[in-house]
Write a protein that binds this ligand. Structure first.
Ligand SMILES: *[C@@H]1O[C@H](CO)[C@@H](O)[C@H](O)[C@H]1NC(C)=O
Ligand SMILES: *[C@@H]1O[C@H](CO)[C@@H](O)[C@H](O)[C@H]1NC(C)=O
Ligand SMILES: *[C@@H]1O[C@H](CO)[C@@H](O)[C@H](O)[C@H]1NC(C)=O
Ligand SMILES: *[C@@H]1O[C@H](CO)[C@@H](O)[C@H](O)[C@H]1NC(C)=O
Ligand SMILES: *[C@@H]1O[C@H](CO)[C@@H](O)[C@H](O)[C@H]1NC(C)=O
Ligand SMILES: *[C@@H]1O[C@H](CO)[C@@H](O)[C@H](O)[C@H]1NC(C)=O
Ligand SMILES: *[C@@H]1O[C@H](CO)[C@@H](O)[C@H](O)[C@H]1NC(C)=O
Ligand SMILES: [Cu+2]
Length: 624
């Protein structure tokens, strides 16, 4: 209330801001005080370009601290994290902490032009945030189109009291397994080209922990792959992340099963499976028990393709190896020094077909929450319902209203939600416009709650260019937003379509987790499908995979004030506009409102009209 006084007395805005900031900090630390063990974890991320050799060729890549994957951030729940980002690359950079809820801290979410102006070359910026109420595997990546191909790393959150309080037996070791792509072309340019309908470049290989593996053999020599040394009988926790730009992967290890224990930093009821299906943006924690005959076993990552007649893009399997350490020669075999890698011929796992989407559907259906979330969902009140249809469409070039569509060069292909494609703002970030109330009227447009046209969404005749889909092609671009009142319970059904493609879409929401109530194939039927929602133990995710030619129903509570990106995590859909922004309004109290921006918050290189926000005076009066 002190700052309300301050404003009445006419203190300069900067002083008010500083006071609000001070109060916010005091508030945070006092809230965090009971966590005696909470630590502050600090990193410096130098983003620069460096040459790396894969596939017998030196390629210039943009990485953090010279590493691919980038550094792993390891914290305990309750810790605060400080990352100094120093940009020595030629690109505008942001870093997004994928899945970190950033409670009342949208400023640190790292989405260019949505939550911040990017960090320009030769500038730096310090991200600060705390990690509360989440445990498991998340990751960080650049949110600049394309660049997350090489700017990414694991983000591991252990329980506050350490690994002994995992809800599963304490593993012998924990291993990040990051699946990614190797690009010989500049992925930033590839993404830029996609916004202009130029699809000329694809990844050259897939990787496990940055290595392409021995399925790639340029110059006739098999390439190095990731090797996990295991001791017989021990249990390993694999923290699996799909950092790839384009593909969902099937991951298998010959001769072994996985026990899945968490996904997207939420524990799941453990289940056993031979194959893990992981879409871009998802994470899966799985236990691997080294209980096979001590030998060598390939670990294969196979990208899957949308079923025909959908467009097929060049994609490559990658493999690493699980290698048992066995006793060697003359030693007794009990001393550690006597152990060496097994020399057995490595065993190859049998992978699903590249067009198999059912295995992924089952894998995702098998995820259920370990905790029961009935308390959230028995609250059957839903304040806003949305039906969001995902598809592709076309826009005529040069702003023309009419043009030849259907695989012509007069139009560009874009990706849509409810028949609108996202137009990123260019002059200032949406979060600043929201916070300072400086958004020009007409700068944004509401994401429609419903698609403008109902059609047979999953009619496969819509996949290839042709007369049937042509009527549905025309669309347009807008900076799509949807506003939610603080605390609103939102239900969204995402429907994927056959509109020019049948891809499955991993939809990622920033700042909130979603509960997955149900998923299915074909078109969503509110009566039939609504009746089979799981209110008992629905999985909790930050990225939900909309099944190929199917739908998924989710709910979330819009209780984190700020401006949050919601988008498809397939990079090509994202750069083509399958995105929108959810604005969660401030509540009536300080702890339901967004504090001011951190110091040295990057600007877009020109003055911003620093209108003070009615931080305290704002109430819900106008709405009640
Ligand atoms: C970031 O930039 C400021 C001013 O340019 C400089 O004082 C500071 O040392 C830099 N921080 C890092 C981590 O390089
Ligand atoms: C981007 O498109 C241009 C124009 O067609 C082409 O010359 C260039 O090679 C493309 N870049 C990449 C990385 O694909
Ligand atoms: C190289 O890899 C290809 C495809 O996996 C395979 O068919 C070929 O036999 C390999 N060549 C060598 C020399 O290993
Ligand atoms: C779980 O996966 C198995 C196959 O691995 C499948 O048979 C089963 O139907 C799945 N469960 C659900 C609820 O989909
Ligand atoms: C929608 O299209 C699919 C695939 O062509 C077809 O099986 C289904 O019967 C159609 N549904 C309706 C309601 O027409
Ligand atoms: C999108 O809107 C345009 C213009 O109103 C219309 O021509 C087109 O058929 C619509 N497409 C879909 C998929 O709703
Ligand atoms: C980088 O950001 C600045 C400031 O927002 C902008 O003026 C510039 O055009 C951007 N550069 C690129 C390459 O996007
Ligand atoms: Cu998508």
């Amino acid at each position: 209330m002190a700052s309300m006084e301050g404003r009445r007395r006419g203190l300069p805005n900067a002083a008010v801001t500083a006071m609000v900031l001070a109060i916010a900090i005091v508030f945070f630390f006092s809230a965090a005080a009971p966590l005696a063990s909470a630590a502050s974890v600090e990193h410096t991320f130098v983003v620069s370009q460096t040459k790396m050799t894969r596939l017998c060729k030196e390629t210039l890549v943009t990485v953090v601290n010279g590493q691919l994957p980038g550094p792993t951030i390891e914290v305990r729940e309750g810790d605060s994290v400080t990352v100094h980002v120093v940009n020595r690359s030629p690109y505008n950079i942001t870093i997004h902490w994928h899945g970190v809820k950033q409670v009342r801290n949208c400023w640190a979410d790292g989405v260019p032009m949505v939550t911040q102006c990017p960090i320009m070359p030769n500038k730096n910026f310090t991200y600060w945030f705390n990690v509360v109420g989440q445990e498991g595997t998340l990751w960080w990546h650049s949110h600049v189109p394309g660049l997350r191909a090489t700017l990414h790393g694991a983000f591991i959150i252990r329980p506050r009291h350490g690994a002994a309080s995992y809800p599963f037996p304490k593993p012998h070791r924990e291993i990040p397994v990051i699946i990614g792509d190797w690009w010989e072309k500049d992925p930033a340019e590839v993404a830029r080209n996609m916004t202009k309908s130029i699809f000329s470049s694809y990844a050259s290989a897939s990787t496990v922990n940055g290595l392409v593996g021995d399925l790639f053999n340029c110059s006739g020599v098999a390439k190095e792959g990731y090797v996990l040394d295991v001791e017989p009988g021990k249990t390993y926790l694999l923290r699996i992340i799909n950092a790839g730009l384009f593909s969902e992967f099937y991951l298998k290890i010959a001769g072994h099963k996985f026990t899945v224990v968490a996904a997207d930093a939420n524990y799941v009821r453990p289940f056993t499976t031979e194959v893990i299906a992981i879409a871009p943006g998802e994470t899966v924690d799985a236990l691997l028990i080294a209980d096979a005959h001590p030998g060598r076993y390939y670990m294969v990552g196979l990208p899957n393709q949308a079923p025909l007649p959908d467009t097929q893009t060049p994609e490559y399997a990658t493999r690493g190896m699980v290698q048992y350490m066995v006793s060697q020669g003359p030693c007794s075999g009990t001393e550690v020094g006597c152990r060496g890698p097994s020399a057995d011929v490595p065993i190859v796992p049998k992978m699903p077909d590249i067009h198999d989407t059912v295995t992924s559907f089952y894998f995702h259906s098998n995820l259920t929450s370990l905790q029961h979330h009935a308390h959230l969902l028995v609250q059957q009140r839903v304040d806003q319902r949305m039906f969001v249809v995902l598809g592709l469409g076309t826009i005529c070039k040069q702003g023309h209203k009419f043009c030849k569509r259907g695989d012509s060069d007069e139009d560009i292909l874009v990706a849509t939600m409810n028949n609108v494609s996202f137009l990123p703002p260019t002059s200032k970030s949406l979060l600043e416009a929201h916070y300072y109330h400086t958004g020009r009227h007409g700068m944004t447009q509401d994401l429609p709650k419903m698609p403008p046209k109902l059609y047979n969404f999953t009619d496969e005749a819509l996949i290839p260019f042709g007369p049937k889909e042509m009527r549905l092609e025309p669309t347009y671009k807008a900076t799509l937003v949807r506003r939610f009142q603080q605390g609103a319970v939102v239900e969204i059904v995402f429907q994927s379509t056959a509109m020019l493609q049948g891809d499955s879409n991993p939809m990622h929401l920033h700042g909130h987790d979603m509960v997955v109530l149900a998923q299915g194939l074909g078109s969503y039927d509110p009566v039939k499908d609504g009746a089979r929602y799981n209110y008992v133990n629905p999985p909790v995710k930050n990225t939900v995979l909309v099944p190929n030619l199917g739908w998924i129903a989710i709910r979330f509570v819009a209780n984190n004030p700020g401006v949050w990106f919601m988008h498809c995590h397939y990079e090509f859909h994202l750069s083509m506009g399958m995105a929108a922004v959810f604005i969660v309004e401030d509540g009536p109290t300080m702890d339901t409102s967004l504090p001011p921006p951190p110091v040295n918050f990057p600007t877009c290189g020109h003055d911003i009209d620093l209108m003070p926000k009615d931080f305290y005076l704002h109430t819900k009066k106008s709405e009640t």
